[in-house]
Design a protein around this ligand. Structure first.
Ligand code: PHE
Length: 439
C-alpha cells in the first residue's frame, strides 16, 4: 500500500502545531514555572526554545522528510551498514509509549473535568476535589476514555484522522485561551500573579542555575515534541518540498504563543482566587491548572459554560498531542513490520492501558515519569537525532534543509548544521549528565 501523506502544507503545519500545543503548554508549563520560580524560568525556557528547540525541530524534519519513514526505519535507512542508528530511532518509539502512559492520566483528568464542568461539581472545593480524583480507580477509568479517543483518531489515518481533527481543534483552543486570558488579567488580585510570571527576577537562577537550566531544557523539548521522533514521523508524511525552516519557525512561534497565553490564564487566576501558590500538590504542582481555573469559574456568572468551553479546548489540545505520541509506534509497526494500521493501533493502545494504569494508581511513579524520566529520555533522544543529522547525514542534511527553501532560509543552513554538529549535542549531553546526577 502506498504510504500516506498530508493533503497540504497547512495540514502538516497544523498537525505539527497540534502535536506541540498540548498539556505541555497549559498544564506542565505553569507547573514547572511555579516550581522553578516564575519569570526567571520563563526567560531561561524561552532562550532554550529559540537556541536549541528550533534547530532541533529542523533536524527532526530533515531526517523525516528525507527518509519518509518512522524514526527507527528512518535512521536505519539513512545510515546503511550500521544497525546501531536504528536503535536510536527505536528508543524514540519506546519513548512515545512511555510519554503516552503518563500523558493519558492527565488526559483522563481533563475528560473528567470536562464532564464535571456541566454541573460545576468541583467549583466549591477545587483543591480537595483534585486531590480526591487525581489517582486511583476513577483516574484509571477516565484515562481509558482518553486513550479510546486517541486511538479513534489514529485509526482514521494521516489525512482522515490526524489532519482533519487538528484542523478543527487548533484554532478553537487559541480563541478560547485568548478570551480567558483577557478576562483573567483584569481580575482583582491578578497583578501579583502577573508579576510572578512576568517581572524578571533573577534570584531563582542564582540560587540553582544548573537545576533551572535542566528543568527549562526538559520543558522546551517536551513542549515542542522533540527527542521522541514525532516530528520525524510527521515530516515523513510530507509530499512536496517546502521550506522546512519557515514551517519550523511558524510552528515554534505558535507553540510558544499558546504556552505564554496559558500562563496568562493560570497565574493571574491562581493569585486572584487562591491567594497565590501553595505548597500542596494542587497549589503549584500538577494540580495548578485545575485548581486555579476552578476557583475562577465559581465566581463568574454561568461559570459552568465557561468551564465546559475551557476544558473542551484543552481536551482537544491534549488529544492532538496524544495522537502524535501513538502515531510513532503505529508508524513503526506499519512501516517496518507490515502490521495493519488497525491492528497496530489496537495492540499498542492495549499495551498503554497497562503501562498507563501503573501511572494512574501511583502518584510517585507518575511524578517520576512525567518529570525526571521524560526529561531524561527526550534529552537523550534529541542528542542522538542531532548527532545523527550533523555527522551521519552531514552534507545531505544541508541539501534536505535547502530543498524548497528560499534565500533567507538557505543562508541559515550552514550555521544550523554547525550548531547541530557541535554546540547543541554538547549542551544536551551535559544536560543529560546533570539529569542523571540529580537522580
Ligand atoms: N508537545 C506536547 C505537549 O506540549 C507533548 C509531546 C511531547 C507530544 C513529545 C509528542 C511528543 O503537550
Amino acid at each position: 500500500m502506498a504510504r500516506e501523506s498530508w493533503t497540504s502544507r497547512v495540514g502538516f503545519i497544523l498537525a505539527a502545531v497540534g502535536s506541540a500545543v498540548g498539556l505541555g503548554n497549559v498544564w506542565r508549563f505553569p507547573w514547572m514555572t511555579a516550581e522553578y520560580g516564575g519569570s526567571a524560568f520563563l526567560v531561561v525556557y524561552l532562550c532554550i526554545v529559540l537556541l536549541v528547540g528550533v534547530p532541533g525541530l529542523l533536524a527532526e524534519f530533515v531526517i523525516g522528510r528525507r527518509a519518509k519513514r518512522n524514526p527507527a526505519g528512518a535512521l536505519a535507512r539513512l545510515a546503511p551498514g550500521t544497525k546501531s542508528w536504528g536503535y536510536v530511532g527505536l528508543f524514540g518509539v519506546v519513548t512515545g509509549l512511555v510519554l503516552l502512559s503518563f500523558y493519558s492520566v492527565v488526559g483522563g483528568w481533563i475528560v473528567r473535568y470536562f464532564v464535571a464542568s456541566f454541573t460545576g461539581s468541583y467549583f466549591a472545593e477545587p483543591g480537595a476535589y483534585f486531590d480526591a480524583i487525581s489517582f486511583g480507580r476513577e483516574a484509571a477509568a477516565f484515562q481509558i476514555a482518553f486513550l479510546a479517543l486517541t486511538a479513534l483518531v489514529v485509526l482514521g489515518g494521516v489525512r482522515g484522522g490526524i489532519e482533519k481533527a487538528t484542523k478543527v481543534m487548533m484554532p478553537l483552543i487559541v480563541v478560547l485561551l485568548a478570551v480567558l486570558a483577557g478576562w483573567a488579567v483584569t481580575q482583582p488580585g491578578a497583578g501579583a500573579g502577573l508579576s510572578f510570571y512576568l517581572d524578571f527576577d533573577p534570584t531563582p537562577i542564582k540560587r540553582n542555575p544548573i537545576d533551572m537550566l535542566r528543568a527549562a531544557a526538559g520543558q522546551a523539548l517536551f513542549t515542542l515534541s522533540l527527542g521522541v521522533g514525532t516530528m520525524i514521523t510527521y515530516a515523513s508524511y510530507l509530499g512536496e518540498d517546502n521550506s522546512l525552516a519557515f514551517d519550523g519557525s511558524t510552528i515554534s512561534v505558535l507553540n510558544t504563543g499558546v504556552g505564554v497565553l496559558a500562563g496568562l490564564v493560570v497565574f493571574p487566576l491562581l493569585f486572584a482566587f487562591q491567594g497565590g501558590l501553595s505548597d500542596t500538590a494542587s497549589g503549584g504542582g500538577p494540580g495548578a491548572l485545575f485548581v486555579s481555573v476552578a476557583g475562577a469559574f465559581q465566581q463568574v456568572p454561568y461559570g459552568e459554560i465557561v468551564a465546559v468551553g475551557f476544558f473542551g479546548a484543552i481536551l482537544f489540545a491534549a488529544l492532538s498531542s496524544s495522537i502524535s505520541m501513538l502515531e510513532i509506534p503505529v508508524a513503526y509497526l506499519v512501516d517496518e513490520h507490515d502490521v495493519s494500521r488497525r491492528n497496530a493501533t489496537v495492540g499498542l493502545t492495549g499495551l498503554v492501558l497497562v503501562t498507563g494504569a501503573v501511572c494512574a494508581f501511583n502518584p510517585g511513579i507518575f511524578g517520576f515519569v512525567a518529570g525526571t524520566l521524560v526529561d531524561l529520555m527526550l534529552t537523550a533522544g534529541l542528542a542522538g537525532f542531532l548527532i545523527f543529522t550533523g555527522w551521519v547525514l552531514g552534507a545531505d542534511a544541508l541539501a534536505e534543509f535547502d530543498s524548497g527553501a528560499g534565500g533567507v532560509a538557505r543562508a541559515l543552513g550552514t550555521p544550523w548544521l554547525w550548531s547541530v554538529r557541535t554546540i547543541l549535542p554538547l549542551f544536551l549531553l551535559v544536560t543529560l549528565a546533570v539529569n542523571l546526577y540529580a537522580l
